[in-house]
Design a protein around this ligand. Structure first.
Ligand code: ZN
Length: 150
């Protein structure tokens, strides 16, 4: 279990130091701004949705390593997914970090690499860091603009 935890920390560190898809997106047709006042994390998520498919996802912002790594891995995971698949992943991720014990294991199995965030449920303050990008993405998808984790 310790090896696994170390691996998870490496993945999170890697994504926080070298975030993927970290840029604006002129062709985006959905975007939203998210703020987590508890930690000071800010994220803007851009989506290029074509028909039923999320063609491209990117983000900008500043925050702690958990929020940055989560946004980075989310953008990687969502590219090319349908809107329905994206909403399903959002729901799984939420179950994972809030750790409803009856659902967390199934959620982890379906999330692949994103399962590294299972560890944050031990740190309630960090749950909001990990889910900020996801809530912001959901708001963008639904045509919202601003989202706060408060
Ligand atoms: Zn944070």
């Amino acid at each position: 279990m310790n090896d696994l935890r170390e691996l998870y920390q490496e993945v999170i560190l890697d994504h926080s130091k070298r975030p993927r898809n970290f840029h604006g997106m002129p062709e985006a047709n959905r975007s939203a701004n998210g703020h987590n006042p508890l930690c000071g994390d800010r994220a803007t998520v851009y989506l290029h949705v074509e028909g039923d498919v999320v063609r491209d996802v990117s983000f900008e912002g500043s925050g702690c390593s958990i929020s940055t790594a989560s946004a980075s891995m989310m953008t990687d995971a969502l590219k090319g997914k349908t809107v329905a698949e994206t909403e399903a992943l959002f729901a799984r991720f939420h179950e994972l970090v809030t750790a409803d014990p009856s659902k967390a294991a199934t959620a982890a199995a379906e999330l692949g690499k994103l399962a590294v965030f299972a560890g944050v449920h031990e740190f309630p303050m960090r749950v909001k860091c990990a889910s900020l990008a996801w809530h912001t993405m959901k708001a963008a998808l639904e045509g919202g603009d601003k989202v706060s984790t408060e």
